[in-house]
Design a protein around this ligand. Sequence first.
Ligand code: BGC
Ligand code: ZN
Length: 368
Amino acid sequence: MKAIAVIPGKADSVHLAELPMPHLEDVADGRGVLVKVLRVGLDGTDREINAAEYGAAPPGYDFLVTGHESFGVVEQVGPKVTELAPGDYVVAKVRRPGSSIYDVIGTPDMTTDEEYQEHGINLVHGFLTENYVDAPENIVRVPGGLREVGVLVEPLSIAEKGVFQAYEIQRRLRVWQPKIAAVLGAGTIGLLATLVLRLQGLDVVTLALQEPPYLNSDLVEAIGARYLSTRSMSLAEASAKYGPFDLMFEATGFSPLVFEAMGVLGKNGVLVLSSVTGGDRKVEVPADALNLGFVLGNKVMVGTVNAARVHYEAAARDLAMAESQYPGWLPRLLTHPVKGLDNYQQAFELLTGGERPIKIFVEVAPLD
Ligand code: BGC
Ligand code: ZN
């Protein structure tokens, strides 16, 4: 079957490859689930992998099949599978369990293993292909009524985990009643974090570089959040006017902003960092003032990566919430469909082009 692969370490090596058709028996004990891939979303991680900045091939291969934001339909299940049935719509989890205690308890997103496996990213093939087989433990069901937007589950799971982490951490405060949040960045993750926080009932200010109006600022405003361009208002000014922020979610990919965010975070507040920044940017920071503010204000900053099963499940539920509370909003994120695996070059060109599409996705097979 066809697959879209890169040669890790070799820039612009994306190409059409061939994989053997997987079988139910590839998973032991009758626990195999055969899934037909319908759609696969692409993001900055795919761009970095094709730029040879990131990613590793599975052992025994010199190529890596890319694509980690999957959406598919179950075609067959092994005799010992009770959780899923043919016809179910599903999303595959990205990270495979490793060996640390966190992996063993079902939270590989919190692994302390040196080497972790991520489908389409690190050491295991991804989903830009026609079919895959996996165990039900690694697959999450999505209601069929959400199939038009199901490809958003994986990126939404990243936003869900970040917000979950904030709430978990804030249990240290016997009472935490966050009222106002700031989201830094209005790319895919910034928009989805804005959505999750709005669905939680928070007032949200989303800040990004570009001056409104444009699609992303329209989308922020369409769900009752406030869009601000940092070209006309600094983070400090925004905080003075709308803050102090109880929760801040950083998703710009520009690491110096983290320190600005630290400087304006409200007392008892929590700052969530989600940008994967592979560079080596350096900045000078007001170290004493930042430290003092954190100490005297009992503030927390936390990093978040990947997502556990609960976050995928929350993402599936929030897709339904979003469709009923803000009908038609999620489909507006699906800006750049690409027809078929054969058009992979178009998909990767969109990834590297000047435009910043909200979501590029390959329509591997028709939804119905
Ligand atoms: C993926 C995550 C992954 C992270 C780091 C992101 O693009 O969505 O699942 O953990 O990259 O590799
Ligand atoms: Zn991703």
